[in-house]
Unconditional design. Structure first.
Lengths: 380, 391
């Protein structure tokens, strides 16, 4: 069987998210390829997966410019702009990769197409090819409401499959811990496939004083002022009296270490560092949240998007996380909530409970037979 | 700005049994007041207390956090009387078992302890909030976690802790009467610092083993064991007895809590805010500075009144009212704040919140009598309170 994955977006997390399933298929003797915009190739190969760049000559940023009847895509600075942003951006990516996905599938002989949560265009390509499409969520979020904008961007591709809306998947695999949302379906435990680095003993040793991890995930690319924000948060965290670890790019890590010699900063795989952390602060990174859940780590989530609120409320209602929404997340407020969470073990207790719940889901290994079955039955 | 002098004395019997009018007067006087009775500066407002706690490089703890230099010298070297960079190391030795993940390991033990105690007291119906409820819990849990030897009585522990906290205040009769007890505690902690005296596998035994292996300086060991024990006693006893008193005298708040147990964390914080167990600590001024616009010379000392800051009308709306869902209540300074914030507060919350959960499970109505208040320099707490739990 040949499985062609499509990693959408610009965050390395979209490559890390499909890692377990791609690796499991390969370990079971199947062939895999991962298509993405070229900018994501390094992330794909960093987790040992074969990368095939598509939409050559374009980037996920360059396609945001207005062309013809298509509007420019602006970062959603206000909640009402979130759905247009999601629909236009992921739809436009789909419109740029559709032809390449079809062509590679024919050339290579793909039997199944697989994409993440907002990987769009790929489902239309599978329909066009008459092969199954599998969607494996790439995070906790189950977001709807952006379909009109999506269909607007993918109008040409929809016409090619004689449809007015994008088809659903033949199989939906969810990496959210079973029971955390109200959905019934096929759950898969996401197992670590983050980009690696040499592990140092300090990463495995929880300091007596306590350790807090801060990451901005791929949001560090999105904001010009991201480093200033990290710096101001770190300054406040140091006043809480715990060790601060910043999981960030190596270059930015070096800048931080020069300014704060007592801070550990750089690229650090979350599955390695989180078991030694009392909590993680992150900007609603969907896969970061999954890393935190799996390692029983309480979370302080700096939520930039209204669309994430319902899912994050499930985590806060569960008792293993707190959130600060948009402008609430000042460095002062972050430090105050960190202090509160360090002084209340209930978050850690609930995080441990949720990790146990997450561990009940089967791993990617168990998904292989389901996909083999779809291919055998040619479900499209 | 000149600093006004005041002859108000926070350590008289009357200002201990009812400290709040005095606190209000101090807050109204100025951001910083000079107490002629003890020759010390005093900050009673929230903003100045919070600021001093966070400016730990200027308002240092290494010269002691009590009122008198003599006793401050005797209390050096512990986690809360050290400054960076040593502070992180010493605090870490105590903090290692008190971090949230570590607390999650003992949650089941503490919650079942709480449930058993509450069920026993419901069966007993009438009891003393202090001796039968508030004392039983910290005395039953903390020494056990530390590895207290089974054949060693625990009753002295409360007296030692009380003497230790009195000594943060002035050298008055309360402090003086406790000095022999401090000697007794010192001797005990030295004995416990010898290998084999604390239960194998306990937190304390681990510290002793670390010292044997050279990971901890021997001289630090008695102080570290004391850091686990003393601060967890009187403060917890105060908070837990105030809990029953406040919920017994605010029946509508108790009903709201029963109807909405998700308010438990907020309710516990409100208990700590409105009846802060620790009246305050001092800080030594390490360099010429200002606090709230008041110039403070290097070498002076400032008393930070946590119990007053937590009722500062400049910071809190309607601060004299007990409201279990008070917005922003977690900002109280009842556990201190900044790098010296109470290292055991996660354990304290686990105790308090577990007991509140058990009370909600087993009790319909809390009936309380009139409390008598302790005469203590540093701890604000109830001496005796008759309680009846109606299950």
């Amino acid at each position: 069987m040949k499985a062609l994955f499509y990693a959408a977006g610009t965050s390395p997390a979209s490559a890390f998210a499909i890692g377990p399933l791609a690796s499991a298929l390969r370990a079971a003797g199947h062939e895999i390829l991962v298509a993405s915009f070229e900018e994501l190739s390094a992330a794909v190969t960093s987790v040992g997966l074969p990368s095939i760049p598509v939409a050559l000559g374009h980037t996920t940023e360059s396609i945001k410019a207005a062309t013809g009847t298509r509007p420019a895509i602006e970062y959603p600075v206000r909640p009402e702009l979130e759905m247009p942003y999601l629909g236009h951006w992921f739809g436009r990516q789909g419109s740029y990769v559709f032809d390449d996905l079809v062509e590679i599938s024919k050339l290579w002989g793909a039997d199944v197409l697989i994409g993440g949560s907002q990987a769009h265009g790929v489902e239309a390509a599978a329909k066009y090819l008459g092969i199954p499409f599998v969607r494996q969520s790439w995070d906790l979020f189950d977001i709807h409401g952006y379909e009109d904008y999506l269909h607007e961007e993918l109008a040409e591709q929809l016409a090619r499959i004689s449809a007015t809306e994008l088809p659903g998947p033949a199989l939906q695999i969810d990496i959210c811990p079973p029971g955390l949302n109200s959905k019934a379906g096929t759950f898969m435990r996401w197992t670590p496939h983050n980009k690696q680095r040499p592990i140092e003993p300090w990463m495995l040793r929880a300091p007596d004083i306590g350790r807090v991890c801060l990451t901005l995930g791929s949001f560090r690319f999105a904001f010009p002022g991201a480093m200033d924000r990290v710096t101001s948060i770190v300054e406040r965290l140091l006043d809480v009296g715990v060790e601060v670890v910043v999981a960030i790019g190596d270059d930015q890590g070096k800048q931080l270490r020069e300014r704060f010699p007592q801070v550990r900063a750089g690229w650090i795989p979350l599955e390695v560092i989180l078991p030694t952390c009392e909590l993680i602060i992150h900007p609603a990174g969907g896969l970061t949240a999954v890393n935190a859940i799996n390692t029983a780590t309480p979370q302080l989530i700096l939520n930039p998007f209204e669309a994430f609120v319902p899912t994050l409320r499930r985590l806060t209602d569960y008792g293993c996380a707190r959130t600060l929404y948009r402008e609430e997340g000042t460095p002062e407020a972050i430090a105050q909530v960190v202090k509160e969470m360090l002084g209340d073990s209930s978050y850690a207790t609930k995080a441990r409970e949720l990790a146990g719940q997450a561990a009940t889901a089967p791993t990617a290994v168990d998904m292989v037979a389901l996909i083999e079955d779809l291919v055998a039955r040619k479900v499209n | 700005m000149t600093i006004p002098e005041s002859d108000l004395d926070p350590y008289t019997d009357s200002s201990i049994t009812d400290p709040y009018p005095l606190y209000r007067s101090l807050r109204e006087a100025a951001p910083v007041v000079y107490l002629t009775s003890h020759q010390v500066h005093c900050a009673a407002r929230y903003e100045e207390v919070y600021s001093a706690l966070h400016r730990h490089g200027t308002f240092v703890s290494g010269e002691g956090v009590g009122l008198t230099d003599t006793l401050n010298r005797a209390q050096k070297g512990s986690s809360f009387t050290s400054d960076p960079p040593d502070h992180a190391y010493v605090r870490g030795l105590v903090a290692r078992h008190l971090k949230p993940r570590a607390m999650a390991d003992i949650t089941g033990y503490v919650t079942s302890w709480a449930d058993r105690l509450v069920k026993e007291l419901v069966a007993k119906q009438s009891f003393d909030a202090v001796q039968d409820f508030a004392v039983a819990f910290p005395l039953g849990v903390v020494p056990d976690l530390l590895g207290w030897p089974e054949d060693e009585g625990k009753e002295r522990l409360l007296h030692w802790a009380s003497a230790g906290f009195n000594a943060f205040g002035p050298m008055n009769d309360r402090t003086r009467s406790g000095l022999p007890l401090l000697g007794e505690m010192h001797e005990f902690l030295h004995r416990m610092s010898q290998p084999g005296n604390l239960r194998a596998g306990s937190w304390g035994a681990e510290l002793v083993a670390d010292a044997r292996e050279g990971k901890i300086e021997d001289k630090l060991l008695p102080g570290l064991l004391g850091d686990f024990l003393a601060p967890s006693m009187d403060t917890s006893v105060s908070a837990l007895s105030s809990m029953l008193w406040l919920l017994g005298t605010h029946k509508e708040q108790w009903q709201r809590l029963r109807e909405n147990p998700s308010l438990i964390p907020s309710a516990f914080n409100e208990i700590i805010r409105i009846e802060s167990p620790l009246r305050g600590f001092t800080r030594y001024v390490a360099e010429d500075t200002e606090l709230g616009g008041a110039p403070l010379p290097k070498g002076s000392r400032v008393l930070l009144l946590f119990g007053s800051a937590n009722r500062d009308e400049r910071f809190w709306d309607d601060p004299e009212t007990f409201t279990i869902d008070r917005p922003g209540v977690a900002q109280h300074v009842g556990f201190g704040h900044g790098i010296h914030a109470c290292v055991g507060q996660a354990l304290s919350r686990l105790e308090g919140q577990s007991l509140l959960e058990s009370l909600i499970r087993h009790v319909d109505r809390i009936e309380v009598g009139e409390p008598t208040w302790r005469l203590h320099n540093t701890i604000r707490g109830i001496e005796r309170l008759d309680v009846t739990l109606h299950g």
